[in-house]
Design a protein around this ligand. Structure first.
Ligand code: ADP
Ligand code: MG
Length: 400
């Protein structure tokens, strides 16, 4: 038996008819439609979206489901089976009102608002949310929620919206109405990923390429380690990094750091060193090297050799730790312990300062690596992490 915590599987998750039954218990009638949208992990390309560059996420087999039925009035009546403690059990908002509810219900309300503002009028609806995406673990439960709701409301409205367009709307909901400044990666991954593929996404043009990512065929596996800590990042740490990237781009005379090609990296770093202190230089160096790592990983995956991405994962982690300075003791402990236990590669994933790391290893070793990571946490006095294997999974889809 592998010693990683159990992975949620389709069989363990409530089936479509159980979700329909829960909807009926909540709202006293049968639903009309249900959509499922996954969380994600980013394989490589961290903070590159701040610089309009490439990212390479996969969808994970943990999803948020939105089950809906239209109403004849303009009310959106919502319940989440995971939303307790963030407001009342049932939350009602009037569509068309700009005031969003507090707590989790702000997300679905913001999605409805973004759809309306962008010309997709949605009907009043009853909405049940159910999910097994861990919240606040850097696996993007917020995008999974937004995408499931956006797709479910569109199907009630009879609106056919392309997946990437819906991702853009879901991101607007989070940016403009909830007020969280995220990039397009999370929503694009949740909407557009495919089974056994990673999504190469150009965050400037929104062009995508499905890159084969079938680890099982290579005898490999990927494990998520949720450190279950979230150190206060503070909006200021994020915006300081954003400003450093902007300063560097302006100094180099480019729109964004992604516009610095591989052959210009050395001279650009020299130019920056002449003007700015180490901080700007280090931030830019992370972006340049990370951009190269994304391109290299895509190349090795295209050639069917996923084990060859191991060194890129490790170098990516070192760069986030030392140059971008967004790691923390728990994330470093995962990477160090996983490597000591024979992992092929490991890195923090997501925004950092806590959240999750990924570990790539021979499939048969993942369980033992999980045990070593847990022991390392215990030794350091950290609370036990949550380890679970993931496979590259399908993006948002209709359940009924
Ligand atoms: P994450 O890294 O998981 O996206 P965020 O802070 O961006 O973390 O989003 C988490 C928030 O999204 C939660 O605090 C909650 O408001 C909302 N949310 C996500 N999933 C659910 C759910 N299943 N039910 C209710 N709210 C949810
Ligand atoms: Mg989020």
């Amino acid at each position: 038996m592998p010693q990683t915590n159990r992975a949620p599987s389709e069989e363990l998750r409530p089936a479509a008819d159980e979700l329909a039954a829960e909807f009926e218990r909540t709202f006293g009638r049968m639903p009309e439609a249900a959509w499922s949208a996954p969380g994600r992990v980013n394989l490589i390309g961290e903070y590159t979206d701040l610089n309009e560059s490439f990212v390479l996420p996969i969808a994970i087999p943990r999803t948020t489901r939105a089950i809906v039925a239209a109403r004849s009035d303009r009310a959106l009546v919502m319940r989440s089976t995971q939303g307790y403690g963030e407001g009342p059990d049932l939350v009602t908002v009037q569509l068309g009102e700009a005031d969003l509810p507090r707590g989790w219900a702000a997300y679905p309300a913001a999605v409805a608002l973004a759809l309306e503002v962008n010309g997709y009028p949605v009907p009043g609806a009853e909405l049940l949310i159910d999910s097994d995406v861990p919240v606040g673990a850097g696996l993007s439960s917020s995008a999974a929620l937004e995408c499931a709701v956006a797709a479910a409301l569109c199907s009630l409205a009879g609106a056919r919206v392309a997946p990437m367009d819906l991702a853009v709307l879901a991101r607007r909901a989070e940016n403009d109405f909830v007020g969280v400044p995220c990039g397009i990666m999370d929503q694009a991954a949740s909407m557009c990923c495919q089974d056994a593929h990673a999504l190469m996404l150009d965050t400037r043009s929104h062009e995508v390429e499905q890159v084969p990512f079938d680890l099982a065929a290579a005898g490999l596996g990927l494990m998520v380690v949720d450190t279950r800590v979230k150190h206060e990042l503070g909006a200021s740490a994020y915006s300081r990094r954003w400003q450093a990237c902007q300063l560097a781009a302006r100094t180099l005379g480019v729109r964004a750091l992604r516009d610095v090609g591989p052959s210009e990296v050395e001279s650009s770093l020299r130019a920056l060193a002449g003007v700015w202190d180490g901080e700007v230089l280090k931030r830019a160096r992370h972006v340049f090297t990370e951009q190269a790592r994304v391109l290299h990983v895509v190349e090795v995956l295209r050639s069917g050799d996923p084990a060859a991405m191991g060194p890129d994962l490790l170098a990516g982690h070192a760069s986030l730790r030392d140059d971008f300075e967004v790691s923390c003791a728990e994330l470093d402990a995962v990477v160090d312990a996983a490597c000591a236990a024979g992992a092929i590669g490991a890195r923090m994933t997501g925004a950092g300062f806590g959240g999750s790391a990924i570990v790539l290893a021979e499939e048969a070793r993942l369980g033992a690596i999980g045990s070593v990571v847990r022991a390392a946490f215990d030794d350091r006095g950290f609370a036990p992490p949550h380890c679970f294997p993931v496979t590259a999974s399908a993006g948002a889809h209709r359940m009924f």
